[in-house]
Write a protein that binds this ligand. Structure first.
Ligand code: UFG
Length: 328
């Protein structure tokens, strides 16, 4: 299939593109490089540096490459920033998304896979979280992702668009070539590994007074390759219907302290830790029920073990000590 990947030079986008290329799809990456990296553009994909708000360039890219489906991953995705700067999030996640939907409509492209988030649920009352758990975002990031899901729903009603919205839990890990290189880095696993190599003096634990066994927050970490495989399965389902799926590994999840312990074991480094206050807006536990995607699409995580996830991130970080800077 000929697929346009928006945000394909980002962390998850690069891995999705890599998997698509490996499977023999024709991939066009559309990314403005505001957060992505030229060096993260995978071999075998075509790269167009462009902004979604540039409707003419976008339409031309869709037409010239005879795109059949879009995987839409370009977005602003920092929870804290989204609360400080709601306008940026509405602009990048909703307004730009509508430009994309309109361009797809004009080019008669009817299939889209969308990177959504567990942040659409807010602080849910039930764990594990199902797709039927009420959505109630507590930040602008989650709110704007949900707004785009709803826009796709109404475009389906009016124009026959088919969409698969994938609500990610905590994406982590790396492939040999593609890994996590954010600025600023806010995610626990890369921060912990940066502390392991001495790039940070310590990892700060954001609160240990949560109602969990060791007092730290529990999350559902999913290997980025398992996440990427779900996008490819989701492309297929679009020939029949639209769908919304949670994407996490389920189980009991891992606490912040367990993640740090695992990183100590994998790296053999001490990793200094400091206890800090809670980070505003962090729910105590976020665990996905991914029963639906497992039973309907046959999705099965291959790298469920946190040790494997951390090890892959560690391998990538050692091979790319400056991230993508010196890699094209
Ligand atoms: N944490 C620390 N210290 C750090 C960084 C994180 O203790 O330096 C803790 C956080 O408080 C949280 C856990 O580690 O309990 C994981 O934090 P991350 O920032 O790695 O991930 P989040 O769970 O906050 O974020 C993820 C996705 C977001 C999504 C959110 C939904 O990355 O895109 O889940 O709540 F919005």
């Amino acid at each position: 299939m000929r697929v346009l990947v928006t945000g394909g030079a980002g962390y998850i986008g690069s891995v999705v593109s890599e998997q698509l290329v490996n499977d023999g799809h024709e991939v066009v990456i559309y990314d403005n490089l505001s957060k992505g990296h030229r060096g993260a553009v995978v071999e075998g994909a075509r790269f167009v540096q462009g902004d979604l708000l540039e409707a003419d360039q976008l339409r031309q890219t869709l037409n010239d490459n005879r795109i059949e489906a879009v995987i839409h991953m370009a977005a602003s995705s920092l929870v804290g920033e989204s609360v400080q700067e709601p306008s940026k999030y509405y602009h990048n996640n909703v307004v730009a998304g509508l430009v994309l939907l309109n361009a797809m409509r004009e080019c008669q492209i009817k299939r889209i896979v969308f990177s959504s988030t567990a942040a659409t649920y807010g602080e849910p009352e039930e764990q594990p979280i199902r797709e039927t758990t009420p959505t109630n975002p507590t930040n602008t990031y989650g709110e704007t992702k949900l707004a785009f899901e709803k826009a796709m729903h109404w475009f389906e009603r009016a124009h026959g668009l088919r969409y698969a919205s994938l609500r990610y839990f905590n994406a982590a890990g790396a492939t040999e070539k593609c890994g996590e290189d954010h600025d600023p880095e806010t995610h626990l696993i890369p921060i912990t590994l940066q502390a392991a190599v001495g790039k940070r003096a310590h990892v700060e634990i954001y609160g240990d007074d949560y109602p969990t066994e060791d007092g730290t927050c529990i999350r559902d970490y999913i290997h980025v390759v398992d996440l990427a495989r779900a996008h490819i399965l989701a492309l297929d389902v679009l020939s029949e219907r639209s769908a919304i799926y949670n994407l996490g590994c389920g189980g009991d999840g891992y606490s912040v302290r367990e993640v740090i312990e695992t990183a100590r074991r994998v790296t053999g480094k001490e990793i200094p830790v400091r206890l800090g206050p809670r980070r505003p807006g962090d729910p105590a536990v976020l665990i996905a029920s991914s029963d639906q995607i497992r039973s309907e699409l046959g999705w099965q995580p291959q790298f469920q073990d946190l040790g494997l996830i951390v090890e892959s991130a560690w391998t990538w970080m050692r091979a790319h000590p400056d991230g993508y800077v010196n890699h094209g």
